[in-house]
Ligand binder design. Sequence first.
Ligand code: FAD
Ligand code: NAP
Length: 847
Amino acid sequence: MGSHYDVVVVGAGFAGLYAVHKMCDELGLDIQAFEAAGGVGGTWWWNRYPGARCDFESIHYSYSFSEEIQRGWEWSERFAGQPEILAYLEWVADKLDVRRAFRFNTRVTSTTWDDKAARWIICTDDGATCTARFVVSCVGGLSVAKEPEFPGSETFRGELYRTSSWPHEPVDLTGKRVAVIGTGSTGIQVIQSIANEAAEVTVFQRTPNFAAPLGNEPVDLAQRRWNAEHHAELRAGSRQHMIGVPYDPPSGPALAATPDERRRIFDKYWDRGGFRLLVSTFSDVIFNQQANETIAEYIRERIRERVKDPATAALLCPTDHPYASKRPPFETGYYEAYNLPHVHLVDVRSAPIEALTPIGVRTSSKSYEFDVIILATGFDVFTRPLLNLGLRGRDGLKLEDRWANGPTSYLGVQIAGFPNLFVINGPKSAVALYNVPLATEDNVNFVAAALARAIADKTATFEATYEAEEAWGRLCEGILNLTVIPHSKGSWYMGENIPGKARAAYFFAGGAPLYRAICAEIAHVGYGGFALDRVSAPIPPMVRLDPAAALLLGSMLARGMKPLDELNLDEVRAVAESLRELQLPGPAMRVETVEAPRARIYIPDRAGPLPVIVFYHGGGWISGSLDLADAPCRRLADENGAIVVSAHYRLAPEHSFPAATDDTFAALSWVWKHVGAYGGDPGRIVVMGESAGANLAAVAAIRARDAGIPLAGQVLIYPPIDPEASTASRTEFADGPFFTRAIGEKMWGAYLGGAELTALAAPSRASSLAGLAPALVLTLELDMSRDEAEDYAGALASAGVPVRLHRFDGLFHGVFNMSAFIPRVREMYASIGEFVATCKEQITEVA
Ligand code: FAD
Ligand code: NAP
């Protein structure tokens, strides 16, 4: 056995170079790194084909971790070409002096876990073997080309090139008849670049792609200077953006805009180039097929404008998949290339390629002659580079067996069963839709911190648990299913470009800010979801989020939402009111307002007398309003055929305890006496509230019992019950998601205003709960007030009160007001509907 190292790193692309620097120079570890290529650069070492360039601006598609590196390199073009990116990575490698850690031209062929020694045995294609405590894979997602599918390639007498292993010597295409197979990002770059060089270019297209302008241009001196001065703010903007670039946020939903408005916005970002067309236009194009069709048709129109021959234009217009359900390619003069007389488009969907022949290409309908064939047929993405490491984990577990049904991982960073193996930008990481250098820095920083912790604690094994991997897989899949991406056909996003490869969620589509927040939470709680020396820490709340709730949280983070407890009173009130934008609009109906007590009365158009709901809004006693409750009250009235009285109450801290409970009880008493005049049945009143409003509803139910006001029911939607309750959920969800213990304590403090805690604030402290109205208690899995609410439900039941308790998995405090973005809120309404119907029945039976 050869030498032993702390860490073996594989790969010398963006990820490998930074990983080696971080682990050698910052952690002081003993490292050996391997790279199959003859030098550094990864993707940019291999992909030397004509026209290869990046599609995020180079000032963003570059390292951000070192001010010296950021300032020391000036990009000549907005989107640099491959030679310049490679030169940059070589310059970085020299600057960081990381080449010394690498053995180039050396491929790792097997990587085997030795459980007894708790280390990896690594074999390379030069016959050498070494061992390491940790392996950090930086093998890249797009580093293994798709296997050639065409028989006869060895018979072709001309020149055959693959874009992903393009020769280092210049390839002269002048005067030659060239075939290009493939019209993905690579094929498009090749075709537009060689169109004017070759004598004939024949493009074999199976599926047309939605290509939009890249918007490349040289960067002048003034712009370079500006870039150098604004690095910090550009990077801060990038880190807050869903895809890791500081582009404008979208303008709201496309479906809410007029056709003219849509055209104006699409034109603007079409002209500005790159991913802006996707991320800066409209918020719903990636989520809603109908919205997506507006952008898809816009691109088709632009294609038809640019390509002169209508039949060719029609062939170039995609119709079988939504825009951006495959990674969007970008172009510079691609469509105009088809106006050249010597550029031909062949549809190989209708007549597939059967073989490469000695003279060229044979399809099912025709034989073509060429001097050169260029294969731009894509990659076996994410999984193949890792499988090629020949990984064997605990008990000889083979990675190919573990992944028989598609890749599994936790954060894309670890695979259960493979201890001490860390993966940078692995399957189910955020990298596919996240500017790679920044995604890489996030991943490497996370892994380096985990290694530092393991080393400091003398942890022998650090591994993801199977449960955490499953939870992460569910989140990845759930989020992807909310987008149009699963409607793609044949995309590497879903593993579908490789025959026989499992269709699955290959990446996390929740966006960079959410991914980063989840990683931060996991590290903060002591690596939740990982087992250190086989002792596992619980899976953190954010990994257990409902996918829609996760996406919403992600977009809040992208908008720069501060933690609630860092907000002042005005800001908390503004946030509460802004929740109205997250609600589904309520149906139109008659609404009356009364002034004493202040309330809105929602009256559905039904024959009465109708059951009555008295509703108290949430907002922690310090915020919220009748406006906030407007849409929910309309929906409650409509769905339950009930009169809904939305009652105002005075807010703390201006009006502390007992103002709110006095107001809400006064409103209830008034309803009992007067609701008949509005068509309501005073014998069928259900008192209901959300959050702090639910606390007030619970107290009102007790006061009603004591005052002899009959209630048909009480609905408590995630109520805070007692500020002094000591529960597991208070501890587990102290940092959220969304609602934190600190803001909860501030709210209780403002409400109580120093008053003694009695049953009028904390209903569980009532001397007796017997004789209270039947209760429905709705709780949320990821809510710090969950346990006190469930304990209260238990106490009600023990006191003989009929109780239904319904806990919703994956949701966090406040979601009742987020119905437009969290579809499962409808389950809460359904639960309320069933309960209110039962209340009606009970009363009807008695009557
Ligand atoms: P890579 O750059 O792929 O490096 C991995 C290295 O690991 C390779 O050099 C490989 O030889 C080595 N390796 C793999 N297996 C072994 C083994 N068993 N033994 C030894 N060595 C091994 N992303 C963007 O965000 N924006 C872009 O504009 C963009 N443009 C792209 C253009 C092209 C043509 C391609 C193919 C990809 C592009 N990407 C782009 C994705 C690109 O792969 C990443 O941006 C980034 O370069 C990946 O860096 P990496 O270090 O993770 O992996
Ligand atoms: P790709 O997007 O998977 O495209 C492969 C192309 O080859 C598709 O048009 C595919 O057609 C075609 N193809 C594959 N097998 C075929 C067959 N048997 N017969 C006919 N056609 C076949 O691969 P890529 O273009 O290399 O791009 C991969 C990724 O690399 C991109 O999505 C991007 O992430 C990255 N990249 C980025 C840039 C950039 O602009 N910076 C440039 C290049 C690559 P079907 O669609 O019908 O399968």
